[in-house]
Design a protein around this ligand. Structure first.
Ligand SMILES: Cc1ncc(COP(=O)(O)O)c(C=O)c1O
Length: 450
């Protein structure tokens, strides 16, 4: 089958089962595996769990995963979960999607690794041709990278080259990855930046991310001030704050940023690593809303589970990379044929199965269900989101931690988000059965009412 025609797009929809808990999590095998993990993994993660256990008063010992199918994940004790996290939003097609498995097998037999930016593979060419159809602007071009943070680094470098200005506006609560480039623009937790502050430069101005119409003017005023006082080349923004708590900004915010940036000859970089590829109900959230951003970063689900990301911009912007003195952004595995084949297949599947439209419709109904089922539940504040990127805000981070733990015990996997961890964040596969979302809403109601 020619690469351009992948995948066979009818997929059996398996893995849409309700939870089945056979050993209350963490079961004995998970406990044993977690103890071994603690011996060999950097303690940053274990300490995070200990801090959470103290904060929530509930055990936060991990389960260890073994396999998945569709919207179901299984741990090493044989417990079956409904996965409402989906690899931090990256498993768009569900676990074990046959189209991705098929693409990996076929490409694996053809060529596993190519020569990246020296001699491209046909798989990379096919992916690039497909990707640039997403935009933005006139004659878009793409730069492939390895993960989300890497695509953001590429975008920040692109803006510096295109504008000649190093200053960057970023937002409080924003998350763009943790390599040094995106870390400098990470507004989520000061503690992520603090130990490395001396290596991060002082080129970033943080502005508040508006949560309501009332906060819009103050945020835009701060961005305007940054343009008047500093040499700003770009604004880096999430169209919906993801890890920051699924915050949908008021209408006019993103357009306002574009107006300000363009009036000052600067670029707007839309970090669509979470919102993009159907997750928020559109392939590219900003462009679907008619917001004329200049650079788009995609990642997470792009690789169908493999690590690959992209930075897209019009030729007029990308041309800034063509210089007398060589300057490139690349790495050994950037644009690897295997990841490109998986990405091409994922894009085809999202397109042919209209998963962006499905996410918009299913997500809107799920938001209604959660709001209705949780109304009046102790500790419930609000449900919000777009597409299958939902945030359930609870009264405190401690409550959200305890609730997510109790949900785990009932077989529903969710993650905490928001500045104080007070938002349960749901990013299930775009293929999830609606009944599973309804069951999750009722399970959460029971947990909060217990
Ligand atoms: C909006 C956004 N940008 C960038 C990233 C970083 O992506 P990665 O973890 O693949 O580096 C994330 C990760 O959660 C994200 O949510």
């Amino acid at each position: 089958v020619p690469l351009s025609e992948w995948p066979p797009h009818a997929e059996p929809e398996t893995g849409q089962e309700l939870p089945a808990i056979v050993a209350p999590p963490p079961g004995p095998r998970s406990r044993a595996a977690a103890a071994r993990l603690a011996e060999v993994e950097c303690p940053a993660f274990g300490h995070r769990r200990e801090r959470r256990a103290v904060a929530s008063g509930a055990e936060q010992d991990p389960i260890v995963l073994s396999h998945g199918r569709g919207a179901n994940l299984y741990d090493v004790d044989g417990n079956r979960y409904v996965d409402l996290v989906a690899g931090f939003g990256s498993v768009l097609l569900g676990h074990g999607a046959p189209s991705v498995a098929h693409a990996l097998e076929a490409q694996g037999a053809r060529l596993l690794q190519g020569l990246g930016d020296v001699y491209a593979s046909d798989a990379k060419l096919a992916l690039l041709e497909r990707l640039v159809s997403l935009g933005p602007g006139e004659h878009p071009m793409a730069l492939l990278a390895q993960n989300g943070g890497d695509a953001v680094s590429a975008a920040i470098k692109t803006a510096v080259l295109a504008t000649g200005r190093a200053g960057l506006v970023a937002f409080e609560g924003a998350y763009h990855g943790l390599g040094h480039g995106p870390l400098a623009a990470c507004g989520l937790r000061a503690s992520y930046r603090a130990p490395f502050a001396a290596q991060l430069g002082e080129h970033v101005t943080f502005a508040p991310y508006p949560r309501s119409d009332a906060e819009l003017a103050a945020s835009l005023a701060l961005v305007q001030k940054a343009f008047e006082t500093r040499s700003i080349g770009a604004i880096l923004v999430e169209p919906i704050l993801g890890r920051g708590g699924v915050v949908v900004p008021p209408a006019g915010f993103l357009q306002g940023l574009c107006d300000l940036a363009h009036a000052h000859g600067a670029l707007v970089i839309a970090d669509e690593i979470w919102t993009g590829l159907g997750r928020s109900g559109a392939l590219v959230r900003t462009l679907a809303d008619g917001v004329p951003v200049d650079v788009v970063c995609l990642g997470k689900g792009l690789g169908g589970g493999l690590s690959i990301s992209a930075c897209l911009a019009p030729e007029a912007v990308m041309r800034a990379w063509a210089r007398d003195e060589e300057v490139v952004h690349t790495s050994t595995h950037a644009g690897s044929p295997l990841a490109c084949a998986a990405a091409l297949t994922t894009l085809h599947a999202v397109h042919f199965r209209k998963l962006d439209e499905r996410a918009a419709a299913v997500g809107a109904r799920a938001l209604g269900t959660f709001s209705e089922v949780l109304r009046g539940a102790p500790g419930f504040v609000a449900a919000r989101g777009a597409g299958l990127m939902l945030g359930i805000e609870l009264a405190s981070g401690a409550l959200a931690l305890a609730a997510s733990r109790a949900l785990l015990g009932r077989g529903f996997l969710v993650l905490g988000g928001g500045l104080g961890g007070e938002v349960l964040t749901l990013t299930p596969p775009l293929t999830i059965a609606e009944e599973l979302l309804e069951s999750a809403a009722h399970a959460l109601r029971e947990v909060l009412s217990a």
